[in-house]
Design a binder for this molecule. Structure first.
Ligand code: SF4
Length: 500
């Protein structure tokens, strides 16, 4: 996609020039695995790294976006995102330079992608802030202190000593115990906490900081902190909020600066197509069956098995809707054949089995002869498998592609049912999938009302796989659905894990 070699072209800003004006700053060191990303990257990376690092980070942000849309708590989001972070953007406590570099650069690359409109900037800040919050929660207390210390210019925080905490314990308890109790209950997912437990926690675990009270006017106004000699004493649970506000302020102002620098960068025709592609659709991350799927599970996929409940129970609503109507009518128009045919190819249906399947269905009741089928449809099926014409090995459509195509007309069944079905039909289909609880259905309808179709689909996946998800440890289960084949593979993997 990109030329790997750097080149110099008169009048064009190239990589070397960019490093001298767009990315002015000190040479980067990574003293902490958490970052405010306030120092731009300076080293050169290849275009391949540029692309893959951006996509890997985007996968994390998309998952966070999906969690927010489904009103997941920060703890639930953390559980869902954790396996993805380990896979795509790990940050181990023992210094691994390559990991920190990838984290740093991928953040800056996505700034270029998401600085372009107010809406994208807001989305980026929101999701990056949640990522920052999750990562801070994972730091050791020592690392948290070190992080604060290295940003003393922005964070004039002073940790109080244990002696000082005990000296003013009654005052600190009175002013902050309600906040601390609420946070502990959320963290431990418990309903109650005795006063003794709370006292013990504050005495032994809670780390207070003090800083000039004018830095936290809202906390002072809400009487959430202890004030003494012009200093506000702030418990750990509130410190993270202050950090996140600081993070958001820095990111917001730097995104605006990045936006102003874009015209110079856009003279580089190697980066522009990639940046445009990434920003076009926030959910446009390509599903890769090698990354998520399990090819060994394709062995039982054939022309007969794909109509059995054992296999169709793993279909997302779009595939089920297409196949059900195709079987009922012994026919499917072109757009539907493409969408379903490539989906079936993606789940492992071979070309021979695909020809059998389509021929059986089209000739079984409508009076179509096998000769007519072979004449009018065989070529197209072989074409999808790269065996005819330009011999392109076509990939199954992802949700973004499906949603970008024209909506189905009368007698057509392609598209995304969450977008294309009437409310009554959608509810009927949800019932068929086993989603019958009214509040669950309302949640899906709310997603659809906000045009968050993939979020609705992810919600339905979680509702219909509740039992399996509760019995398995996280292993990609929380992944946002952005591809019908991802839905299918995740569903089968969960079943397989439980059987193992
Ligand atoms: Fe299919 Fe994607 Fe729509 Fe789900 S969101 S029904 S996978 S197109």
């Amino acid at each position: 996609m990109f030329r790997q070699a750097k080149r110099r072209t008169a009048g064009r800003k190239n990589f070397e020039e960019a490093s001298t004006d767009l990315f002015q700053g000190q040479s980067t060191t990574y003293s902490s695995r958490l970052s405010f990303y306030d120092t731009p990257p300076l080293d050169e990376i290849t275009l391949e790294q540029f692309e893959t690092w951006a996509i890997d980070r985007l996968k994390i942000l998309i998952e966070i976006e999906s969690c927010v849309a489904r009103s997941k708590s920060i703890r639930e989001t953390e559980q869902i995102v954790k396996p993805l972070l380990l896979k795509f953007l790990p940050l181990n406590s023992n210094t691994v330079l390559a990991e920190r570099k990838k984290d740093h650069y991928s953040h800056y690359i996505l700034r270029l992608v998401f600085c372009r409109t107010e809406e994208l900037r807001k989305k980026f800040i929101k999701n990056e802030s949640i990522l920052f919050r999750i990562r801070y929660m994972h730091l050791q207390p020592r690392e948290q202190r070190e992080f604060i210390a290295t940003h003393a210019d922005k964070l004039p925080w002073e940790y109080i000593t244990n002696e000082e905490k005990l000296e003013f314990f009654d005052e600190l308890f009175q002013s902050t115990s309600t906040t601390i109790r609420a946070q502990l209950l959320i963290d431990s997912a418990q309903d109650t906490l005795s006063k003794e437990q709370l006292v013990q926690h504050i005495k032994t675990v809670e780390q207070f900081i003090k800083l000039p009270f004018e830095r936290v006017p809202q906390l002072v106004a809400s009487r959430s902190v202890y004030l003494r000699q012009g200093m506000a004493y702030i418990p750990s649970s509130l410190q993270l909020n202050l950090l996140v506000i600081e993070f958001q302020d820095i990111l917001s102002s730097q995104l605006n600066k990045t936006f102003q620098s874009l015209p110079r960068l856009e003279e580089d025709d190697r980066l522009l197509p990639l940046l445009n592609n990434l920003s076009q659709n926030f959910s446009n991350v390509e599903y890769n069956s090698q990354a998520y799927g399990d090819p060994t599970m394709a062995s039982d996929i054939n022309s007969m098995s794909i109509t059995t409940p054992e296999i169709t129970k793993h279909y997302p609503m779009c595939a089920k809707h297409l196949q059900t109507n195709m079987i009922a009518q012994s026919h499917l128009k072109y757009a539907g054949r493409q969408q379903l045919g490539l989906f079936l190819k993606g789940i492992g249906l071979s070309v021979d089995e695909a020809l059998k399947f389509w021929a059986n269905q089209f000739t079984k009741g409508s009076g179509m002869t096998l000769e007519k089928f072979n004449k009018e449809y065989k070529y197209n099926i072989r074409h999808n498998y790269g065996l005819e014409g330009a011999r392109i090995n076509y990939k199954p459509h992802d949700c973004a592609t499906i949603l970008s195509k024209p909506k189905p007309g009368k007698g057509e069944y392609h598209g995304c049912p969450y977008r294309d079905l009437s409310l009554d039909s959608l509810v009927h289909n949800l019932h068929e999938l086993g989603v019958t609880d009214q509040s669950d259905i309302n949640g899906v309808i709310d997603d659809v009302g906000r045009n968050d179709y993939t979020v609705a689909c992810t919600r339905v996946f979680e509702l219909t796989h509740k039992a399996e998800l509760s019995k398995t440890k996280n292993g990609g289960e929380g992944m946002h659905i952005n591809h019908p084949n991802l839905y299918f593979d995740r569903s089968r993997q969960l079943e397989k894990k439980l059987e193992a």
